[in-house]
Design a protein around this ligand. Structure first.
Ligand code: PLP
Length: 393
């Protein structure tokens, strides 16, 4: 039977990882997979997370199911830490469900959209995170794309506005909440406010992928645009991941926040989401969410987590500033210091990506995307020298 399967779609980052593993050079530089790395190149466990894990280990008395909707206290604490005092929440128009990471939240959001309006188009600026388009197609929805970047490497607000003007009522607009992956080009708060008004007036549903809160300019600043949107739209979905901001990648913690026009619709939406989750993963994994809940239930651990997240952001932005100052003849990296988050899309040709890998053991995705956090004091000069070399190729 399975010999009839079409060839599997290949993932360029996974292929890059395999090539890197097979490379015997000790000084190779991994700028591929999107995990935060500290100054030593490690993917750290946050100290607040470690303490919370120890508490859980000492006090947990059961491994019973948490239920398809997940842990209510986790969701409320995470919502409050991310969007404190949200009016729609007080009005009872917000439903939530705990999900396996941000990917689980996105998949479930799209599933709900497909169930409610199978004819909806999902508008998405490209380039985007490679999983977005397959996720949309996996639930049978149609994606429509527009160009996310303008000629100067900033978010293409004109293209977004033109998209919002042409989308039909009931359509969905998928936006990155902050720290756009792969471009780092975020919308200004004014652009968010304008988009929010148009989406609200035209009956569009924003679907926000919020995977990097705290890694741009600070949690409040990073979610300000999403907040503006939640304040004016009747309907919106936010897929919130704890993978990056709590460093919980493999523990799969996240949630889907669902905004609707009335208390009754919100209640039904929450129950429908739980029913869909039952068919996808039954119950969400508990450990990562329990850690987030433990951190956010303790003022001391919350304070420590925020300080650690601040330090991660400061490091990422310092590397961005340093990258933008590399003297190059042709490649223009000046935009990088204005962009935000862990990713930057370098304007490299396929040949330049190959030359970086073969001549300098620098591993960059075929698209030119780099994980800025993969750079540190000990490899930066070598990376800059590699860029200077391929710049002239
Ligand atoms: N959305 C974006 C833009 C991402 O970059 C990622 C992870 O890389 C995710 C969502 C999914 O994160 P998670 O690991 O929580 O599923």
């Amino acid at each position: 039977m399975f010999d009839r399967l079409p060839p599997a779609r290949t993932d360029s980052l996974m292929q890059l990882g395999l090539l890197m593993q097979a490379d015997p050079r000790a000084d190779k530089i991994d700028l591929g997979v999107g995990t935060y790395r500290d100054e030593r190149g490690a993917i750290p466990i946050m100290a607040a997370v470690k303490t919370a894990e120890q508490t859980i280990l000492n006090t947990q008395t059961s491994k019973g199911y948490v239920g398809p909707a997940g842990d209510r206290e986790f969701a409320l604490r995470l919502q409050d830490a991310t969007f404190p005092g949200l009016e729609a929440a007080a009005a009872g128009r917000l439903a939530w469900i705990q999900t396996p990471g941000g990917t689980g939240a996105l998949r479930l959001a799209l599933q709900l959209i497909a169930q409610a309006n199978p004819g909806a188009h999902v508008w998405i600026g490209t380039p985007t995170w490679p999983a977005h388009l397959p996720l949309i197609e996996a639930v049978g929805l149609k994606a429509q794309t527009y160009s996310h970047l303008d000629a100067d490497g900033a978010a293409n607000v004109e293209a977004l506005n033109a998209t919002l003007a042409q989308a039909q009522s009931g359509d969905v607009v998928l936006l990155h909440g902050c720290c756009h992956n792969p471009t780092g080009a975020d919308l200004s708060l004014d652009a968010w406010r304008e988009a929010a008004m148009v989406a609200a007036n035209r009956g569009l549903t924003p679907l926000i992928d919020l995977a990097y809160p705290g890694l741009g300019d600070g949690v409040e600043e990073d979610v300000a645009g999403v907040r503006a949107l939640l304040d004016v739209c009747e309907t919106a979905l936010v897929a919130l991941s704890c993978s990056k901001s709590f460093g919980l990648y493999r523990d799969r913690a996240g949630m889907l926040m669902m905004l609707s026009g009335s208390v009754a619709t919100a209640a039904n939406l929450g129950q429908t989401a739980a029913g869909q989750a039952r068919l996808l993963w039954s119950n969400p994994p508990d450990h990562g969410a329990a850690v987030v809940k433990a951190v956010l239930s303790s003022p001391e651990l919350t304070h420590q987590w925020r300080a650690e997240l601040d330090a991660m952001r400061v490091r990422v932005n310092a590397v961005r500033a340093r990258l933008s100052g590399i003297p190059l003849q042709r490649l223009d990296l000046s935009r990088l210091s204005q962009q935000r988050g862990m990713f930057a899309l370098l304007p490299l040709s396929g040949d330049q990506v190959l030359a970086l890998r073969e001549r300098h053991a620098v591993y960059v995705d075929a698209s030119g995307r780099i994980n800025v956090a993969g750079l540190n004091d000990s490899n930066f000069a070598r990376f800059a020298a590699g860029l200077a070399d391929v710049d002239l190729a």
